[in-house]
Design a protein around this ligand. Structure first.
Ligand code: SF4
Length: 104
């Protein structure tokens, strides 16, 4: 017996708790950001490194170069990097910002 969601969408609804909290090696490859615990860890690590560097920002030329590389990247979706989960318009400006795939 199927439920209304299956009838409407043809598949069972996702388990949202599992979806946002569980690591899967293929998340970035299928266009999903990291789970929330990893997002928090990444934000903490990036912010700590940036604070240690005195909250400096990169020059506009370097920021533009980074964003151009992200724009061509298979992990870039909706303005975010699906590997680290960061919003690249912000992360690309950090003096200590690093691409998790070492593309910049
Ligand atoms: S930070 Fe690196 S992996 Fe992420 S979208 Fe940009 S180029 Fe791709």
């Amino acid at each position: 017996m199927s439920n209304i969601a299956e009838e409407m969408f043809g598949q069972p609804p996702k388990n949202m708790t599992e979806e946002i909290f569980t690591s899967r090696p293929d998340r970035a490859a299928v266009g999903d950001p990291p789970p929330i615990p990893d997002l928090i860890k990444n934000l903490y690590m990036d912010t700590t490194a940036w604070a240690k560097d005195g909250f400096k920002t990169g020059n506009q030329e370097e920021v533009s170069r980074r964003l151009a590389i992200c724009g061509e990247c298979e992990f870039f979706k909706g303005g975010r990097c699906m590997v680290c989960g960061c919003f690249m318009a912000l992360k690309a400006k950090l003096s200590t910002g690093k691409c998790p795939k070492e593309k910049w």
